[in-house]
Design a protein around this ligand. Structure first.
Ligand SMILES: [Zn+2]
Length: 392
């Protein structure tokens, strides 16, 4: 008599974890009153955005210990199936798929320099350009390895983040748009016809939206705190343009949204959109700043774990399991470590055991409204009132 299979025993799945300590070299820290970049305008900008901060000891919030918190946790509490990988830096040609040549040339010219790039405290230090190339290259390395059959899932521990970087300018701590560079490589070099992105960072991925706004081959779902929260974009009505009408799906959320709201985003927006679009690969812009320890939302690591579980299951169903999760924001070291560890654990095949759901999650109503809005748009497109995005 054969024993029944024990469903409680997890089947380990290989996960490629991309990290390079040279990304710690991006470190626009401290206040150097003698440096010409630290003008009165910069001083005023920091005082405005970080009231109460001490400019003598000012430390940029997008700082190296964001990554070391994650890596230390994964090292101290190792997960079976994780394979550490070094990324290859993105080439100019790979960056220029989504960024203007003049912009790439400008960023590259800043190697070894310290300066400020944008009015929202985006800055570079001498090691920033190399870090940015590696951050953009990590996603490329991941999709290359997945395409070669080395694994089905990857987690990229990268900085500077990318989703606020536009085709022609830096913003929101972002230099190159890492996930956009990854999606473009999957499309143009690896032959994937349709790429789907879910950006679950707390902030709207305005750069990613701008880059793919007219591109029907890249479907972007973006859940984020609603305007006027930074960067102030991501309205429901921003749904794409030209051939890309319908390829941008924004889900603006109220402050305080938690696990239940984000699960609802998956169930009512991401999953139906994916089934209609039939992607060849799923990519996640994974900020962890919706964690309650971070800023103004109420998720916790159990929520991020179940989102990763749902995305893994969706990838298994639609695209042979191909899934790349790439770090965006998140500024609390504990939240970053706990959330990243929980996500990688799920990607490695460990099932989620529980998800904390708070009563009366304020985001659920907004998600229901957004889902209805996008469903009605789809009905209008199906009737020929609006252009329909191509599908196979
Ligand atoms: Zn963010």
């Amino acid at each position: 008599m054969q024993a029944a299979p024990n469903r409680m025993i997890a089947m380990t799945t290989p996960v490629l974890a991309y990290y390079d300590m040279r990304m710690l070299g991006h470190n626009p820290h401290g206040w150097d009153p003698s440096h010409p970049a630290w003008t009165d305008a910069v001083k005023a900008m920091i005082a405005l955005q970080y009231p109460g901060s001490n400019l003598e000891t000012y430390s940029h919030p997008e700082r190296p210990d964001r990554l070391t918190a994650i890596v230390d946790r994964l090292m101290l509490d190792p997960i079976d199936g994780v394979r550490w990988m070094l990324p290859t830096a993105a080439s100019r040609a790979q960056l220029e798929r989504v960024h203007d040549k003049t912009y790439v040339a400008h960023i590259e010219s800043l190697e070894g320099e310290s300066c400020w790039l944008a009015q929202d405290t985006t800055a570079v230090s001498p090691g920033s350009v190399e870090a940015a190339r590696l951050a953009a290259g990590a996603g490329i390395s991941a999709v290359e390895a997945i395409s070669a059959g080395e694994a089905r899932r990857a987690f990229c521990i990268v900085r500077p983040p990318g989703h606020h970087a536009h085709s022609d300018h830096a913003s929101g701590f972002c230099l190159y748009n890492n996930l956009a560079v990854t999606a473009a490589h999957a499309r143009e070099s690896l032959g994937y016809q349709r790429v789907m992105i879910w950006d679950w960072d707390m902030h709207h991925g305005n750069g990613t939206q701008e880059i793919f706004y007219s591109d029907p081959s890249v479907l972007v779902v973006d859940s984020h705190c609603a305007a006027p929260f930074y960067p102030g974009s991501g309205l429901l009505l921003e749904t794409g343009a030209g051939a890309g009408v319908g390829s941008q799906i924004n889900v603006p959320l109220p402050l305080g949204s938690g696990n239940a709201a984000l699960l609802k985003v998956f169930d009512e927006v991401v999953k139906p959109a994916a089934k209609a679009f039939q992607p060849d690969i799923l990519l996640v812009s994974s900020g962890f700043d919706c964690h309650y320890l971070d800023m103004v939302c109420a998720m916790d690591e159990t929520g991020f774990a179940i989102l990763a579980q749902r995305m893994s299951d969706l990838a298994d169903e639609l695209c042979e399991g191909r899934l790349v999760v790439l770090l965006e924001g998140g500024y609390n070291a504990q939240a970053l470590a706990d959330s990243a560890h929980a996500v990688v654990k799920v990607l490695a095949g460990n099932p989620v055991t529980a998800c904390n759901i708070m009563p009366d999650d304020p985001g659920c109503r907004a998600v229901a409204d957004a889902a209805q809005f996008h469903q009605e748009l789809n009905i209008q497109r199906a009737r020929g009132i609006l252009k329909i995005e191509p599908s196979r």
